[in-house]
Ligand binder design. Structure first.
Ligand code: SF4
Length: 349
């Protein structure tokens, strides 16, 4: 059995930042209950680990006592929520990914210029709810080419489309083509809204999954980018499964024991869950580990302004703090074995 670990996989800079924000707030305010609006990132293990440290996750600010600290999740929020937090005298720390904030800024700018915004994405996803909230009167959600005929368009010359950051680039492309056909003068955003992490993880799947018998994506069912990875694996003809952790592995997926299995992880899945799966395959199935480095990532974010203020109030220097994600170091102790670099001939042997 061969396990092909692809890079990049797992945490993106936005998820790293959101988790670091909650960690930092817990460190700054020991003993105080920290509230997080919505799951900080869409991963069951991350949420459970924070709950075990006393964090309370809420879906309504009404659940947060006046005067408390509330962290907004990586997916962003509508501005009405920020106003509600201020009215309720909450200290709000915003862990919205800067790449989501960029889409919000575009929505605000185009709405001010009088555009109607067609927002490509999944209607009930937290990110879409947040972006839509910037200009609700001027925004309509498009989640498939089929819904284009039901759109209410005032002026087809004053239309722009934006996209959710975690869509499949293939699916979004199909919808964008259909929009362009229906509205030839629709304006495109200056750069793609689908983020670098989503794009890179999807490219790695398209490149490597066709050479494998099975693809395992580590991530939660409510993680949009993880579900997209699984769908892309299926689209390129490789059986693909999405699991939260090693306990969900099913031996029926690898009946011969001689399979080549690609292993990747959604942007919100922690690496220790990946390493446990590797260790399982090495120890229980004698698997060899292979590394497939598809692309490098060097995106770096600063800390959110609201966190910097809180750190200053507590006398913590934040000047040199940056958020970036290094590729994981693979050790035999954590992964069961050290990997060899992938060769196509090695895979096909
Ligand atoms: S997946 Fe992209 S948009 Fe979402 S948190 Fe990560 S970097 Fe930001």
């Amino acid at each position: 059995m061969k396990i092909v670990l692809v890079n990049p996989r797992g945490f993106c800079a936005g998820v790293r930042m959101a988790i670091d924000v909650v960690d930092q707030v817990l460190d700054l305010l020991p003993g105080e209950t920290i509230y997080v609006y919505h799951e900080i990132v869409h991963n069951r293990h991350i949420v459970e680990r924070f709950i075990s440290r006393g964090v309370r996750f809420v879906e309504s600010l009404g659940e947060v006592p006046s005067g408390s600290i509330v962290v907004f999740s990586a997916h962003g929020i509508p501005p009405s929520l920020r106003e509600e937090a201020a009215q309720r005298n909450l200290t709000a720390i915003d862990a919205t990914c800067p790449l989501v904030t960029k889409v919000h800024s575009r929505a605000i700018r185009y709405a001010r210029q009088g555009y109607q915004i067609l927002l490509i994405g999944h209607e009930n996803h937290q990110e879409i709810i947040g972006t839509m909230g910037e200009a609700p009167e001027q925004t309509q959600v498009v989640d498939s080419p089929e819904c284009i005929s039901g759109l209410k368009i005032d002026d087809p010359e004053k239309l722009v489309y934006l996209t959710q950051t975690t869509l499949s680039t293939d699916d979004a492309g199909v919808i964008i083509d259909a929009l362009k056909e229906a509205f030839p003068n629709i304006k495109a955003p200056p750069t793609d809204d689908i983020c670098y992490a989503t794009t890179n993880r999807q490219e790695a799947v398209r490149g490597v999954a066709p050479m494998c018998d099975l693809m395992i994506v580590v991530g939660s069912q409510n993680s949009s980018n993880s579900v997209r990875l699984m769908e892309i694996g299926e689209n390129v003809g490789t059986r693909s499964v999405l699991i939260d952790d090693v306990s969900e592995l099913d031996p029926a997926w690898y009946p011969s024991g001689d399979e080549t299995i690609m292993l990747t992880a959604g942007a919100s899945a922690p690496e220790d869950l990946v390493s446990e799966i590797c260790k399982h395959f090495v120890n229980q199935h004698g698997a060899s580990l292979h590394l497939a480095d598809i692309s490098e990532e060097s995106v770096e974010f600063g800390l959110p302004l609201t966190l910097k203020r809180l750190m200053e109030e507590h006398g913590v220097d934040h000047k040199d703090r940056r958020i970036m994600v290094e590729p994981p170091t693979i050790t035999a102790a954590e992964y069961g074995s050290t990997p060899v670099a992938l060769t196509i001939s090695g895979l096909n042997a």
